[in-house]
Design a protein around this ligand. Structure first.
Ligand code: ADP
Length: 487
């Protein structure tokens, strides 16, 4: 038997499809780590980068605005705006401060006309950029421009509190750009290191997961090819859920192997059992054919024997069919509440002629009214087998007794006889298919060795149990327990 019996071909296709994409788990882990580790890290780095840059720029803005204010105060104190004689000094002062600070300085009057420019290019021109208008109009301002430079403008307020002009400091913060490049580089290096670490971790983790799974898949594939002796090497696996799956696969393989062995045994038993009556038929029919001149009585006798053998084969085949149906659960179990008293007394009544024929006293004791959820047809067959055996294996003049009783949970049907009994060591085997204690004796009594198997399967189907006790030449007792309620 191969595993393919349990897995339809379509299911195998799915397994093989998955095998083709066997790096699935690796990719899944990688994507998970990238999504949960690397992407947030990159976003965080970006935020850190931007925040740091913004912080530097803000600090620089404050610094420049401060400088512009100082300059504005200096211009007022030095009276540069109104004293024409100080124009040259004013120009030098501005130039000096510009060189020292590394930025450009433009001074305008209240109308926005440039009265001093450290670069000297805008003097006397109107320079009404938004920051100057804002400073003259409202309040001092420092703002970053599109090209990255910073404009800080402070108004020049005279002693009467009137805005008489504005000081603009324009700075290109290259030092900040340089600093940020260093920060950026460090972030890149850190990200690369983390990505490498993540890749290594993903590889190791995925290896830990996929390796045993791949081993398992190979073993299962071999089992599917019929090698049921294959086992997943769970001893080499670390103790985790995958090892548990491996254990489960091994248990399944164990069961499959047992099923396979018992199936082979069953087939060989069936062949053997059918071969015996067939050989008899062959011998009997050949004898008739070779004895052309034989008297009619001999024909009748031989044909009678052939007929008996055919009956025996039919009996074996019928029993086999019943067992197969019970095994396959082909016939659905029809649980219904039934009166066991009626069921048992009906069986006893039906089998009484058999007992009378053998001069056996078949009695029935119904201790109390018993109602139970059972499949009446199946349980009738099971109990009949036990009583028939009792009659079959008890000599003339003996006794077979059937007792029905119950407690608050179970019904008990006891079938005891004063027959030939069985040796202790036989008791464990009598429920096996085709097991018969004395095969020659059974051929006379007409047993197939399947009756107790049928009874056993039926009782199990009812979630019950069956016990046997016996003594050779003293008798045998079977006790069947059936739960009153079927859950
Ligand atoms: P069979 O059709 O041969 O009776 P069973 O499966 O019913 O097959 O029984 C298996 C074997 O158990 C029988 O061959 C018989 O040897 C033994 N056995 C069953 N019931 C009894 C009994 N009441 N007394 C003695 N032996 C019994």
């Amino acid at each position: 038997m191969t595993l393919s019996i349990f897995l339809q071909s379509g299911e195998w296709d799915t397994i093989l499809d998955k095998k083709k994409g066997r790096h699935g788990i690796r990719w899944l882990l990688l994507i998970t780590y990238v999504c949960t580790g690397v992407i947030p890290l990159l976003l965080l780095s970006n935020v850190v980068f931007k925040t740091t840059e913004k912080y530097y720029i803000e600090e620089r803005k404050k610094e420049l605005l401060n400088q512009a204010n100082i300059l504005s105060g200096h211009i007022v104190i030095s009276d540069y705006m109104y004293d024409i004689q100080k124009a040259e000094e004013f120009g030098k002062d501005i130039e000096q401060t510009s060189i020292q600070g590394g930025f450009r300085i433009i001074v305008t009057d209240a109308m926005g006309t440039v009265i001093n420019d450290s670069n000297k290019t805008e003097i006397n021109k109107t320079y009404l950029i938004p920051e100057i208008i804002e400073a003259l109009d409202n309040k001092d301002v420092a703002r970053e421009q599109l090209n990255g430079s910073i404009y800080a403008v402070a108004s020049i307020v005279n002693d009467n509190g009137k805005k008489v002009g504005a000081v603009l400091i324009a700075d290109m913060p290259t030092d900040i750009t340089l600093k940020m490049e260093v920060v950026n580089k460090q972030i890149y290096i850190m990200t690369a290191v983390i990505v490498l670490v993540v890749l290594a971790v993903v590889f190791i983790f995925s290896q830990m997961i996929t390796e045993p799974l791949e081993k398992m898949a190979k073993v299962i594939q071999k089992m599917a090819d019929g090698h049921l002796d294959q086992r997943v090497p769970v001893a080499t696996m670390s103790q985790n859920e995958i090892m548990e799956v491996g254990d489960a696969v091994n248990n399944m393989a164990e069961k499959l192997q047992q099923v396979d062995i018992s199936r082979q045994q069953f087939v060989s038993n069936v062949s053997h059992e059918l071969k015996t009556p067939l050989s008899s038929i062959k011998v009997l029919s050949e004898s008739i054919l070779l004895n052309g001149e034989a008297p009619k009585e001999m024909y009748v006798e031989f044909l009678q024997d052939i007929n008996n053998e055919v009956d025996r084969m039919t009996e074996i085949i019928n029993d086999l069919l019943t067992l197969v149906r019970l095994d396959q659960k082909e016939v659905p179990v029809n649980f219904k509440q039934e009166n066991l008293n009626n069921l048992v007394s009906d069986i006893v009544k039906r089998l009484n002629p058999l007992a009378v024929h053998k001069n056996i006293n078949l009695s029935c004791e119904l201790i109390q009214e018993v109602l139970a959820d059972i499949d009446a047809t199946k349980l009738t067959l099971a109990v009949s087998n036990l009583i028939e055996n009792g009659i079959k294996y008890t000599d003339e003049g003996g006794e077979v007794k059937v007792v029905l009783d119950c407690d608050h949970q179970n019904a008990f049907i006891t079938v005891s006889d004063t027959g030939v009994g069985m040796a202790e060591e036989e008791l464990g085997k009598i429920f096996d298919r085709f097991y018969r204690i004395d095969k020659t004796r059974d051929r006379e009594t007409g047993g197939t060795g399947l009756g107790l198997s049928i009874t056993h399967s039926t009782v199990l189907m009812h979630d019950g149990s069956i016990r046997v006790s016996s003594r050779e030449n003293e008798g045998t007792t079977f006790v069947v327990r059936i739960p009153l309620m079927h859950s």
